[in-house]
Design a protein around this ligand. Structure first.
Ligand code: AMP
Ligand code: GLY
Length: 425
């Protein structure tokens, strides 16, 4: 099989690494890729916003399957364009990608199908949103409706912060994504992520993870794209998974099919485990980053077999097999992230770090005169596997400490919740 992977982050490096291990693979292309992905795939400079150029490339190279990593091309309809051209694609249509592309759409779906989520209201102007917030009080959560690169959500502990968030949305802080806002109740509990592979009809459970969104140790400081993750998440017991499948995922699959937008690809279910049971925080329509970097190393099954089954509508016949171990990844980012960072610092000694057995997935990196340099906020995902979370954590940090990158930093406590839970057993 010739496979074409779209994307350039740590998530796509992990996917490339796993796809490259498949006996079904003939040739792997990636666009735009990065220096890590280039170790697994032939990277091509192709603007994936130009659907015609992607289609022409697939025809020229006899591509059998396109795998789309990030959400933006999906929301922009890349999967629809490929499907219309008769090219197989793993990833949802634009209509199905509304599960991530519009928070209001997802909330309305939840309301219609009785899916547990925070009570909410949608607003198209600031005055009504503010009046509602004044009436309900804080804490409260304000969300830009559309894609905002993970920055459109404000968990407001005071009414003033919530009002400011409403103004920011309608004043264009998130561009078109903020033309509508969702205001919803603040949920209390522990967050966890759950993944399913979907083929329009069937959702196949595909692992659990916990991310660390705050930049600083002890979950302090501003939100980021994710500073580290581990999988599986011990809080996601099989009883919780069954309940999430029954109360959240299955009604969603049914609802999407009923409205003529069956969901295929990866459904990322962001959950709050509350005292009243699991509630949906949000959907994403792709793997998480860095969650994918901990799913791929413990997946025993052939990812291409599963992706092909998703494309062919055959997931009801499939099961995913996992190693009975924990994977943990530590994100290393340029100092200053999630704010402004200086590109160009040299990253050294990756080989030495790899000798520990860790896998190092690259995100914001580039090559300059044959040397690896940082090129963006999050640069590396240092990933290790262990029999326990504590062991995976210790191995990951052993590799981190061998990397020579004075301009980089990481959190030192990735996995703390699960390690504490292990210790208390
Ligand atoms: P999102 O960008 O939708 O992933 O939201 C970012 C983060 O905001 C989530 O990971 C949660 O930590 C938090 N969040 C979103 N909605 C709620 C809610 N209703 N209650 C509490 N926290 C929330
Ligand atoms: N790590 C969170 C996300 O990928 O959305």
């Amino acid at each position: 099989m010739n496979v074409f992977l779209i994307g350039s982050g740590g998530r796509e490096h992990a996917l490339a690494w796993k796809i490259a291990a498949s006996p079904m693979l003939t040739h792997l292309y990636a666009a735009p890729g990065n220096p890590g992905i280039a170790e697994e795939a032939e990277c091509v400079a192709l603007d994936v916003a130009h659907h015609d150029a992607v289609i022409a490339f697939c025809r020229e190279k006899a591509v059998d399957l396109v795998v789309v990593g990030p959400e933006a091309p999906l929301v922009a309809g890349l999967a629809d364009a490929l499907a219309a051209a008769g090219i197989a694609v793993f990833g949802p249509s634009a209509a199905a990608a509304r599960l991530e592309g519009s928070k209001g759409f997802t909330k309305d779906l939840c309301a219609r199908y009785g899916i547990p989520t925070a009570p909410y209201r949608r607003f198209g102007n600031a005055a009504e949103a503010k009046a509602y917030i004044e009436a309900t009080g804080a804490p409260v959560v304000v969300k830009a409706d559309g894609l905002a690169a993970g920055k459109g959500v404000t968990v407001a502990m005071s009414v003033d912060d919530a009002l400011a968030a409403v103004d920011a949305c309608f004043e264009g802080a998130f561009g078109g994504a903020g033309a509508e806002v969702v205001v919803e109740e603040f949920l209390e509990g522990e967050e966890a992520s759950f993944f399913c592979l979907c083929d329009g009809k069937t959702a196949l459970p595909f692992g659990t993870a916990q991310d660390h969104k705050r930049v600083g140790g002890g979950d302090t400081g501003p939100n980021t794209g994710g500073m580290g993750a581990y999988s599986p998440a011990p809080v996601m017991t099989s009883a919780v998974i069954q309940r999430v499948m029954r109360e959240i995922v299955e009604p969603t699959m049914r609802g999407m099919a009923e409205m003529g937008a069956p969901f295929s690809g990866v459904l990322y279910v962001g959950l709050m485990l509350t005292a009243d049971g699991p509630k949906l925080i949000e959907y994403n329509v792709r793997f998480g980053d860095p969650e994918c970097q901990v799913l791929m190393p413990i997946l025993e099954s052939d990812i291409l077999v599963l992706m092909q089954a998703a494309v062919d509508g055959q997931l009801r016949h499939m099961a995913a097999k996992w190693r009975d171990e924990t994977a943990l990844t530590v994100v290393m980012a340029s100092k200053g992230y999630p704010g402004r960072t200086a590109p160009g610092s040299v990253i050294g000694s990756l080989e030495k770090a790899r000798e520990t057995g860790a896998a190092i997935f690259q995100a914001g990196t580039a090559l300059r005169d044959g040397q690896l340099i940082a090129n963006g906020g999050r640069a590396l995902n240092v990933t290790a596997i262990g029999a326990t979370v504590a062991e995976a954590q210790e191995k990951a940090y052993r590799a981190v400490d061998l990397i020579d990158w004075p301009e980089g930093f990481c959190r030192r406590d990735i996995g703390w919740r699960a390690v504490a839970r292990e210790r208390s057993l």
